[in-house]
Ligand binder design. Structure first.
Ligand SMILES: [Zn+2]
Length: 135
């Protein structure tokens, strides 16, 4: 579990991003619940043999797979958000995990759980996800 944060110890800017992280986490949780119940519904229907028409079966299967894939992606975002909240609690929030420089406010506003500054992020994108300067 994520440590709870004493809001009074956060700077105004950190507090702003903390609230963004919390609402982003809420939104992802809601989406996960929606997709989880949808995926389970499809599974139950299959078990009860409700779908006998071939076209219906294949259509439902591909939708089911997409739901599960979305769940995985949301799971990753949740992890990123939890990590960002941990960094806030430790006073390390907003620093690039590669070079240690401050991540620009504009970037954090767009992506409050960003791990890298824009410079390191683009280096990673050009090198298949790694930063040869730091790894
Ligand atoms: Zn960096």
């Amino acid at each position: 579990m994520t440590a709870s944060i004493d809001r009074s110890k956060l700077s105004k800017e950190d507090l702003y991003h903390y609230d963004m992280l919390l609402s982003a986490r809420d939104a992802v949780h809601k989406r996960m619940e929606y997709h989880a119940s949808d995926a389970l519904d499809a599974e139950n229907l299959e078990k009860r043999g409700v779908n006998t028409h071939m076209a219906d079966v294949s259509g439902d299967n591909s939708r089911h797979e997409m739901d599960l894939r979305l769940l995985t992606e949301d799971g990753d975002v949740i992890q990123l958000i939890e990590d960002a909240i941990d960094r806030l609690a430790n006073g390390e929030y907003g620093r690039c995990c590669d070079c240690g420089e401050k991540i620009s406010k504009g970037r954090l506003d767009a992506r409050p759980y960003a791990l890298y500054c824009i410079k390191c992020k683009s280096i990673r994108e050009q090198n298949g996800g790694i930063n040869p300067k730091f790894h």
